[in-house]
Design a protein around this ligand. Sequence first.
Ligand SMILES: C[S@@+](CC[C@H](N)C(=O)[O-])C[C@H]1O[C@@H](n2cnc3c(N)ncnc32)[C@H](O)[C@@H]1O
Length: 216
Amino acid sequence: MSADPADFIRAQTRREHPSLVPELVLHLASRATDLWEATEATLERTGLPPPYWAFAWPGGQALARLALDRPETVRGKRVLDFAAGSGVAALAAAKAGAAHVTACEIDAFACQAMALNADANGLALEILDIDVLAKPASGWNVIFAGDVFYEKPMADKVWPWLKAAAATGVHVLVADPGRAYLPATGLTEIARYTVPTSLDLEDRLARETRILEVRV
Ligand SMILES: C[S@@+](CC[C@H](N)C(=O)[O-])C[C@H]1O[C@@H](n2cnc3c(N)ncnc32)[C@H](O)[C@@H]1O
């Protein structure tokens, strides 16, 4: 099998419309475990993170829906989609008229998948393959954080960074479908969506997903 990441992604995914955001087309997989095994076999490595990039998670889809339904949230603004995965929310922000959209990821496959997904939709993204948590957020008006509170070590790093960004005037929007490490305080709900999902990824067929503003 080719080790070229773009060829690998094209071979392992199908171009599909995410359930809540049919306006976009993404390279998506249907079975997480099969793709995870194929990734490890191709790279001849084990212990890799799951291929999150091949799924549009409820958080990302809810943020994408919000951007398309309330374009004033992003129109003319500089938007960061933190931990963007497939880039679903970033692409929706670009489609909704953001002035500039950055999508960041620490997974190299996710960065490649986002480039393919941007091309597939004829949209422009700046893709950052660095850990933006190493420095205070700077240069963005809006930060999206979809489905980022599923693991404690990550939540412990992300939450202070998002709060610090909000304190400098950035409009920080978290989208969460009920993950274990969502902070209990400091968030205000502004929207809610029922996102269809699959039993391969979740323990149910839909997830109530809230969009929450980080309060200053
Ligand atoms: C559950 S996925 C959510 C992806 C996307 N936001 C969505 O909702 O579809 C979480 C993503 O966080 C990424 N991630 C974890 N730590 C990160 C960090 N420090 N910076 C950027 N991305 C990170 C992972 O690689 C993974 O793709």
